[in-house]
Design a protein. Structure first.
Length: 296
């Protein structure tokens, strides 16, 4: 099938404005062009498409059937482009603070608190981009929230959480098959998160339940996925305490065991060493660290 290449945007813009006014002179005024330049762009567009879009009438212009059909398509495309540009680049070129980080940290720790920041700083916009795996800083982000030991070459880190590892499950699962000792986990599906050094094998060994086969179960690439599966009663997740506090408080999840093993890793706020933060990014960084220490 022979497909037309996309016409240049300035031709499409000239068509859309001319179609609204049905007058090349008025269109030229809005586009800050000469009437001749607008007419030329329309001719080039018509030649490119192989059809006439306008009817040249004695007292102005009219749209051909093809022009009438094409106009809403072009208007919708230009409108979407304008909206997208505005959403990404903002009003008055206000630059958002770009934060990259853990989806689970955002959903379960940061999101419930973020409204307070927005209320305190109504002129600062936040753009949070979730990442599954740690990547090297490339200068695109102002700040990053990482899970780890807190020491990364070339980065400055500030600790946000003090975590312990604890199994969690749904109240329904616990009612159906009580968990009185970690060895009872042998009767349940274990929900694993890929990428964490301290997983089920580490926890079971530390609590003396080596006989449980921790190689089985369901594997996911985010903590969010395992916690959702746990909420649905599909197994037992090994959670980080900072992530599940609200879920435990609300009763959506329960912690069946008293054994709580301190994690060697936690969440940190990191930024490139030697780079000066913008006023907005510095304000968010200060607020986030203060929230973390207040919570601790």
């Amino acid at each position: 099938m022979n497909q037309k290449t996309l016409p240049p945007l300035n031709w499409l813009r000239a068509f859309e404005v001319s179609a609204r006014y049905l007058n090349f002179t008025h269109a030229a005024e809005e586009l800050c062009l000469t009437q001749g330049a607008v007419s030329q762009q329309i001719r080039q567009l018509e030649s490119h498409l192989g059809v006439a879009l306008f009817k040249r009438l004695p007292r102005g212009l009219g749209l051909t059937e093809e022009g009438q059909s094409y106009l809403p398509v072009v208007q919708d495309a230009i409108s979407r482009l304008a909206v997208g540009t505005n959403e990404i680049f903002g009003h008055n070129q206000r630059r958002p603070v770009k934060v990259r980080g853990s989806l689970s940290f955002l959903q379960y720790w940061l999101a419930p608190r973020l409204a307070d920041f927005c209320q305190e700083h109504p002129l600062i916009d936040i753009r949070f981009i979730s990442n599954l795996w740690v990547k090297e800083p490339d200068g695109e982000d102002d700040l990053e929230i990482r899970w780890g030991a807190g020491s990364w070459p070339g980065l400055v880190s500030q600790r946000l959480t003090w975590d312990v590892l604890q199994p969690v499950c749904s109240p329904a699962l616990l009612a159906a098959a009580p968990l009185q000792h970690p060895c009872d986990l042998a009767r349940h599906a274990l929900l694993h998160v890929l990428g964490y050094e301290e997983g089920w094998g580490y926890w079971l060994k530390r609590v003396g339940a080596d006989a449980v086969d921790y190689s089985r179960g369901l594997q996911f690439d985010t903590m969010v996925s395992t916690l959702r599966m746990a909420e649905l009663g599909q197994g037992v997740a090994l959670a980080r305490s900072s992530i599940v506090e609200d879920l435990l408080a609300s009763g959506a999840l329960v912690a069946p065991f008293s054994q709580r093993i301190e994690a060697s890793e936690s969440f940190y706020l990191v930024r490139a060493q030697g780079e000066t933060l913008s006023t907005e990014a510095a304000a968010f960084s200060t607020w986030l660290v203060a929230q973390a220490h207040r919570h601790f």
